[in-house]
Design a protein around this ligand. Structure first.
Ligand code: SF4
Ligand code: SF4
Length: 72
């Protein structure tokens, strides 16, 4: 499955990525007040989270083999 890396050291907690992910892969973790990758298996590699993060904290690494077979 795709890998979503979030650099929490650079994250300022704006929640943009959580709001941007239409697949609800990213969720907001209240105790830590930071985004968390909750359902990586649902990620479709649209890259909206990566592109929308104003601090460049997110990197999505696609797994094309997984996406191909999970779509069948
Ligand atoms: S790449 Fe798209 S589907 Fe995957 S976590 Fe980011 S916004 Fe969500
Ligand atoms: S968009 Fe970037 S800075 Fe904002 S909460 Fe998400 S990872 Fe953090």
């Amino acid at each position: 499955m795709n890998t979503i890396n979030i650099n929490l050291d650079a994250c300022d907690g704006c929640m943009t990525c959580v709001k941007a992910c239409f697949a609800n892969v990213l969720r907001w973790e209240k105790p830590a007040m930071s985004p968390v990758v909750a359902y990586a298996e649902d990620c479709v590699h649209c890259n909206v989270c990566e592109l929308s993060c104003p601090r460049g904290c997110i990197e999505v690494i696609p797994d094309f083999a997984y996406m191909r077979w999970s779509a069948l």
